[in-house]
Write a protein that binds this ligand. Structure first.
Ligand code: HEC
Length: 118
């Protein structure tokens, strides 16, 4: 009986997976990014007073649409210097999986409401 209920629930569980992935990017952003990039992603996190290079405003359409998803992936995974930006942008490759970084790129696209080239 219980097995049947589990089987019936399985498709529902599978349907809810993408939603979970999106939530994870939001959570990861809150955990790892807001202290510099700000709660709203506007580049005004709590650390900025002491930073010589200011974090990117992720809501800024002009600068965010100038970057391809691949470049954004790379700078998150390998850090600022990998795209000739400041070392103050840390590499997250040891903290976030490739999948989580892909989700994060999509999350940043929702913050700027933009994509590469527009
Ligand atoms: C210790 C502060 C700090 C933290 C934490 C941080 N960043 Fe950054 N980030 C920066 C700074 C500073 C820059 C700007 C570097 C520059 O302009 O040279 C930057 C730049 C970026 C850029 C490049 C934007 C561009 O096109 O130039 C992306 C994308 C980015 N951060 C994403 C993230 C994500 C996602 C996280 C969390 C996983 C994160 N950052 C956490 C400081 C931080």
């Amino acid at each position: 009986m219980q097995n049947k209920i589990m089987l019936a629930l399985l498709p529902l569980l599978m349907l809810s997976l993408p939603a979970t992935a999106r939530e994870t990017a939001t959570d990861n952003y809150k955990t790892y990014c807001v202290q510099c990039h700000g709660i709203d992603g506007n580049g005004r996190g709590i650390n900025i007073r002491d930073m010589s290079v200011q974090p990117r405003d992720h809501t800024d359409v002009k600068s965010m649409s100038a970057r391809s998803d691949d470049t954004i992936f790379k700078v998150i995974k390998e850090g600022g210097p990998s795209i000739e930006k400041s070392i103050l942008m840390p590499p997250w490759g040891d903290t976030l999986s490739d999948e989580e970084i892909h989700d994060m790129v999509q999350h940043l696209r929702t913050l700027c409401k933009c994509k590469f080239g527009s």
